[in-house]
Design a protein around this ligand. Structure first.
Ligand SMILES: [Zn+2]
Length: 298
């Protein structure tokens, strides 16, 4: 067999997909820190981006990646602040954002999230798109403080607002907005420069995701620093382009579904043309079309 560039690309993609949920070797993961403002930081490692607000009232943490990384994450936080993590907010229930909940909760952090995050973490979850069941998290990982619409946390000179957005990436997403520092953590409503994963079996929806982005765009301005759930630090211009791309492609799929096109015909139409780069992450172009098709044909 002759190995073409495509073959290698395909192999790389298969390995990437296999790794998604396999037991990973976290020993090689390094946590890097990027300063966003005077007292807000983003931590990159493996899984969702972590937001940190440091100050005299204690460390406020948004999302916590995977459990095996908690020690490394804690060491990284200690280079930012001498204070322990006081409040830990989850942007949604997925394990790459809540895996460290029990560890940080066990060290005294109060876990806060939308009520659906607690509901989903406390029961087995079926992720249909990946044909996979996620076991309920131990009680120590469940948020103890929940909200339905929004809540504010007045700490470290900030008035952090957690804003629930309906049926977006899941049914329990919250945008975490720091109005005084002009920073927003979008959770997985924003995959910077990539096609987003929309977890339809967890109550997510394409139109809800677009609405969530619109809500964020309404709040922010040209100088806002945006922490996406995945990808590098971003801004309003990039977030706008992300929204417009999702609208453009999803509208075409919606119209095709409405006139009775099959998934094969829709894939052949290549609606993601020009956005090949966006399909090199967690969600390939093909899987993104699958999500759109599934959502609009239900
Ligand atoms: Zn997620």
């Amino acid at each position: 067999m002759k190995y073409t560039k495509q073959t290698f690309l395909l192999l790389a993609l298969i390995i990437l997909q296999m790794n998604l949920f396999a037991q990973r070797d976290f020993s090689k993961v390094e946590i890097s820190i990027e300063q966003v403002t005077e007292n807000i930081y983003v931590l990159f490692g493996s899984g969702g981006n972590i937001g940190i607000l440091a100050g005299e009232d204690g460390v406020i943490m948004i999302d916590d990646q995977y459990a095996p990384l908690s020690e490394k994450i804690e060491v990284a936080i200690q280079t930012i602040s001498d204070h322990p993590v006081k409040y830990l907010l989850n942007t949604h229930w997925h394990g790459d954002h809540t895996g460290g909940n029990a560890n940080f909760g066990g060290k005294g952090a109060t876990i806060i999230a939308h009520e659906n995050v607690r509901a989903r973490l406390s029961k087995d979850q079926n992720m249909k798109a990946f044909n996979r069941t996620v076991k309920a998290a131990p009680k120590a990982a469940w948020p103890v403080l929940t909200f339905s619409d929004k809540m504010s946390l007045h700490v470290n000179g900030e008035d952090l607002i957690a804003i629930h957005v309906h049926n977006a990436h899941t049914d329990g997403d919250a945008l975490m907005y720091f109005p005084n520092s002009n920073v927003i953590h979008m959770g997985d409503t924003y995959f910077n420069g990539r096609f987003p994963y929309i977890d339809l079996s967890s109550g997510g929806s394409v139109d809800g995701l677009v609405e969530a982005v619109n809500k964020a765009l309404f709040l922010i301005d040209d100088n806002t620093k945006i922490i996406p759930g995945h990808g590098t630090l971003s801004n309003k211009k990039e977030l706008t382009a992300y929204r417009d791309t999702i609208i453009k492609i999803s509208t075409k799929v919606k119209e095709a579904v409405a006139v009775g096109k099959t998934i094969e015909e829709i894939k052949a139409a290549n609606f993601t043309e020009g956005f090949e780069d966006w399909g090199t992450g967690f969600i390939s172009s093909e899987r993104f079309i699958d999500i759109l098709y599934t959502d609009y044909s239900r």
